[in-house]
Design a protein around this ligand. Structure first.
Ligand code: NAD
Length: 253
């Protein structure tokens, strides 16, 4: 039984993770033993601390769906107690990604901006398409999320852009808006566009536009459950792994 410390436990994803942890799929493998959140919320069945540094009971793993500002506390706590960490929060800076990489030399770290299996299979399909289409096809990515989302573009859109550049193996500039630069697009760029509104859970389209044809590879999340299930599976997956940086790809392979 893995005792999990859930960071961001009173947020939308935190509540979904708490609920999923009680399902038959996970209840014999893990439980949420404690949570961390800065806001007040409804009573939950485990103690909630204001800061990771206040946690005073033993836990076996950390799952984080909170805010990038919590990263340094989470990593310090995990290193101090040699704990595996699942990082699902998005919007980390390049510097923070380096911190994550460095930590993974000492502890197992599972890091994915999208915990759904489906999106990670989509990333594979995007890689295959980009490798075949190459510079003859213009690539544009459109992502849509709910109006509470803080970061833009989404971590998943960036992950899909990475999949394109990795497969095409050439520098491709990311263009996040076209209003300020009035010029023709080149074939060495990826347009990335963010839409925010209502309660959209998460939609991603990767468009390959060539001469006389358009291929669109899409993913649409019907509910946040897919992310919660992926994150809890990730916690089980890394619980017995050696130090290293793990992603959904490692669980798929
Ligand atoms: N990887 C994935 O598959 C995936 C899926 C959905 C959401 N996310 C990401 O997870 C994060 C949370 O998403 P959400 O929709 O649950 O947001 P949310 O705003 O509903 O929840 C975030 C929670 O974290 C808490 N929090 C913020 N800063 C904190 C701090 N410094 N210390 C402790 N608690 C803090 C907030 O009070 C809140 O309860 C976001 O970064 C989001 O993009 C990732």
């Amino acid at each position: 039984m893995i005792d999990i410390l859930l960071c961001g436990c009173l947020g939308v994803m935190g509540k979904m993770i708490s609920d999923c942890s009680l399902s038959d799929r996970f209840s014999d493998k893990l439980r949420i033993a404690a949570g961390v959140d800065v806001k007040d919320g409804p009573d939950v069945k485990y103690p909630v601390y204001r800061s990771v540094n206040d946690v005073d009971l033993p836990v076996g793993a950390i799952v984080d769906f909170s805010h990038p500002s919590l990263l340094s506390d989470v990593i310090s706590y995990a290193l101090k107690n040699t704990l595996p960490v699942v990082l699902a929060t998005t919007g980390y800076t390049e510097e923070q990604k380096k911190v994550i990489e460095n930590a993974s030399e000492k502890i197992p770290v599972f890091f994915s901006p999208n915990m759904s299996f489906g999106v990670n299979v989509v990333a594979d399909l995007v890689k295959k398409a980009a490798a075949v289409f190459g510079e003859d096809y213009d690539v544009e990515i459109i992502e849509k999320h709910h109006n509470r989302k803080l970061d833009a573009p989404s971590g998943t859109a960036l992950m899909l852009a990475d999949a394109v550049t990795e497969a095409e193996n050439r520098p491709m500039k990311r263009i996040y808006e076209r209003y300020s630069e009035r010029r023709k697009r080149t074939n060495s760029e990826i347009g990335i566009h963010s839409v925010r509104g209502g309660t959209i859970v998460g939609e991603h389209d990767v468009i390959f536009a060539g001469d006389d044809e358009v291929i669109t590879i899409s993913h649409s999340a019907g509910s946040r459950k897919i992310f919660a299930i992926g994150a809890l599976k990730a916690a089980v997956f890394i619980s017995d792994k050696p130090a290293g940086l793990y992603s959904m790809q490692d669980m798929i392979d």
